[in-house]
Design a protein around this ligand. Structure first.
Ligand code: AHR
Length: 316
C-alpha cells in the first residue's frame, strides 16, 4: 500500500508502509475539485474511444474533478511533454496510459520531485525507479494472452499461427505475446505488428498470408486488427473461420458480431469501461489515502455461443 500526502500548495510524495499513522490533508474536498491531468495515448480504435469516453464521463465537475485531457497521438514524446505541462500546472494527480513500457524514468522523477502523484491507466511501464507511480489500474495483459493461447491449444492444436502484434514495446503487446507464447508458442509460425489499427491488421495479415502460406490461424492482439485480418483473409481468396481462424482480444460489439457470424473464432475480453473505478482511485490518491499498487480490471471470454442480447448490450 502507498500513500501520498499534500503539503501546502504542492504535493509531497510520502511512501509509507501499510498501516503507518499519518493524517492525509484534504484534497478536492470542501468544494475544491481534484485537478487531474490525463494523457491518453491516442484515439487509435474503438476500444480506445470507449475508454476515453468512460474516463471523461467519470471525471467531471459534477463528480468533483477538473480534468485536463491530452490526446498524444501514439507519441511518447507527446506524452512526456503533456506530463511536464501537468507538473508545471501543479495538478493534484497525473494519470496516463503509456504508449510503450520503457523510457519514463526522467519525467516520472520530475513528477516525484515536484510531489505530483502519478496513476498508470490501462497499460503499465517497465522501470526500476522506486515509487515511480502511485498505482496502476488496468487489465492483466499476460493473462489475456494465456487465455487466447489456451483456446488455441484446445481447439486448434495443429494450427500454424500468425501473431498479429499490437504496438511494439507496449504493455498490451508485451503481455499478450508473453502469455500466448507461454501456452502456444510452438505453434507460432511468424509475427509482425499491425499497430493496433484495423488498416494495420489488414495490411500486415495480407503480407503474412503470402510469407507463410501454411498459416491457418491469426492471433490478433486486438479486435480492430482482427477485423482487418478478416478482410485480408477474404481478399486472399480464403474463408475466414474455415481456412483461416482468427482469435482476438477486446470484445467490441463489431468483433462479437463477427464472432457470431463465424468470421472470428474466439474473443478474450479486455474491458475499457473503468472510468468510475479510476475516479474512486484518483480520489484516494489525491486525499493521501492508501491505495494498492495494482488493481486488475477483470475480463471474460466470448465464443461462438455469444447471443444477440449480449452483442446489443455492448457499450463499445
Ligand atoms: O492497451 C489496451 C489495448 O490498446 C486494447 O486492447 C486495444 O484495442 C488498444 O489499442
Amino acid at each position: 500500500m502507498r500513500r501520498w500526502v499534500r503539503r501546502g500548495a504542492r504535493v509531497l510524495v510520502v511512501v509509507l508502509a501499510a498501516g503507518a499513522a499519518l493524517v492525509p490533508a484534504a484534497c478536492g474536498g470542501g468544494g475544491e475539485p481534484i485537478r487531474v491531468g490525463f494523457s491518453q495515448l491516442s484515439a487509435e480504435g474503438s476500444w480506445r474511444a470507449a475508454n476515453t469516453a468512460s474516463i471523461r464521463a467519470a471525471l467531471t465537475p459534477a463528480t468533483g474533478f477538473e480534468l485536463t485531457f491530452s490526446d498524444d497521438e501514439q507519441k511518447q514524446e507527446g506524452q512526456i511533454a503533456a506530463l511536464r505541462r501537468f507538473v508545471a500546472d501543479d495538478v493534484d494527480v497525473i494519470a496516463f496510459s503509456p504508449v510503450v513500457e520503457d523510457g519514463w524514468e526522467e519525467v516520472l522523477r520530475e513528477a516525484r520531485t515536484a510531489g505530483v502523484p502519478v496513476v498508470l491507466v490501462d497499460r503499465g511501464i517497465a522501470t526500476d525507479l522506486p515509487d515511480a507511480y502511485a498505482t496502476h489500474l488496468g487489465a492483466d495483459f499476460r493473462s489475456e494472452g494465456e487465455r487466447a493461447g489456451r483456446w488455441v491449444r484446445e481447439h486448434a492444436p495443429g494450427a500454424r499461427v500468425f501473431e498479429l502484434q499490437g504496438t511494439l514495446g507496449s504493455g498490451a503487446q508485451v503481455g499478450r505475446q508473453r502469455g500466448f507464447r507461454a501456452v502456444a508458442g510452438e505453434q507460432v509460425a511468424g509475427a509482425a505488428t499491425g499497430g493496433f489499427t484495423r488498416a494495420g491488421g489488414r495490411d500486415v495479415t495480407a503480407a503474412a498470408l503470402e510469407a507463410w502460406p501454411d498459416v491457418d490461424l491469426v492471433f490478433a492482439h486486438n479486435d480492430d486488427m482482427a477485423l482487418g485480418a478478416v478482410e485480408a483473409v477474404r481478399a486472399a481468396g480464403r474463408r475466414p473461420g474455415v481456412d483461416v481462424r482468427v482469435v482476438s482480444v477486446d470484445g467490441t460489439r463489431e468483433a462479437l458480431r463477427a464472432l457470431a457470424g463465424g468470421d472470428i473464432a474466439h474473443v478474450v475480453e479486455c474491458d475499457p469501461l473503468f472510468g468510475e473505478q479510476l475516479a474512486r482511485l484518483l480520489r484516494r490518491v489525491a486525499a493521501g489515502a492508501e491505495v494498492p499498487s495494482r488493481t486488475i480490471v477483470p475480463g471474460g471470454e466470448f465464443d461462438r455461443s455469444v447471443t444477440a442480447a449480449q452483442i446489443d448490450a455492448r457499450a463499445y
